[in-house]
Unconditional design. Structure first.
Length: 247
């Protein structure tokens, strides 16, 4: 059964009488991911879904909330539920929960980030466009303003690394790097709080940019490797200084 304004074709499904909302959410997720639906397509109404699944509207409402939490739909007041693309924050929150449960340290996360960023930079050298270089140059020009508030500087630092990731042309790689960079936001910020940290970050970002502009893979790899290494060192210096102050 279909509904005007909705392209979602929901076939008959037999539900057990336990965890109905979860079952419906799982089934709707499967339909969304496997059918030719597009972002912004509308789901059938709450009433229509309740009829198709032979459940109450509150059960459907809870299932839609689960889909919203998974980043698969967005709710528009008075209009209904629409398919959406999961945001990086959805992945980030899931990874963050895993890190807390398994007690994964920021250092381990940094190691993974380094592996991905060094692999990415090789692709960037080959694929980056003049327009993407201009975007990175613009980010760095703003970053070089030494009067920037701390949060703005950290945000621009993130933007720089995300722009590099997108320049690989690999959406999945960009997603992973974006997720790790977001998770390391506070960690990255520490490195620019020590004396000389801002100047060092500015200089090393520019070295990466110049190597990319020259399409020099070896120089770009070296610049990124040294940037990540020194950044981690600066964070350790910050933590040591903070520890001494607390004594």
């Amino acid at each position: 059964m279909s509904e005007e304004g909705s392209v979602l074709d929901i076939e008959h499904i037999t539900l057990s009488r336990t965890n109905l909302s979860m079952q419906i959410a799982d089934h709707l997720e499967e339909v969304i991911l496997t059918s030719p639906t597009k972002v912004s397509d509308k789901l059938p109404s709450e009433m229509n879904l309740a009829k198709q699944y032979n459940v109450s509207r509150p059960v459907v409402r809870e299932a839609i909330k689960l889909l919203q939490e998974r980043g698969l739909v967005t709710l528009k007041t008075g209009s209904g539920a629409y398919i959406t693309r999961p945001e990086t924050s959805t992945v980030m929150n899931a990874v963050n929960r895993i890190m807390q449960v398994d007690q994964i340290s920021s250092e381990e996360l940094t190691e993974v980030r380094a592996i991905l960023e060094l692999s990415a930079i090789e692709l960037v050298v080959e694929k980056i466009t003049d327009e993407e270089l201009e975007e990175i140059d613009s980010i760095l020009t703003q970053f070089e303003n030494k009067t920037l508030p701390f949060k703005v500087r950290v945000s621009l630092d993130e933007s720089f690394h995300l722009a590099l990731a997108k320049a690989t042309g690999n959406n999945l790689l960009a997603l992973f790097i974006g997720t790790l960079t977001s998770l390391l936001r506070d960690y990255m910020g520490k490195g620019i709080l020590i004396e000389g940290g801002i100047e060092d970050a500015i200089a090393r970002h520019r070295q990466i940019y110049h190597a990319l502009r020259a399409r020099d893979k070896e120089a770009a790899l070296k610049a990124m490797r040294e940037h990540l290494k020194v950044s981690s060192y600066n964070v350790r210096v910050f933590d040591e200084q903070l520890h001494k102050k607390k004594k």
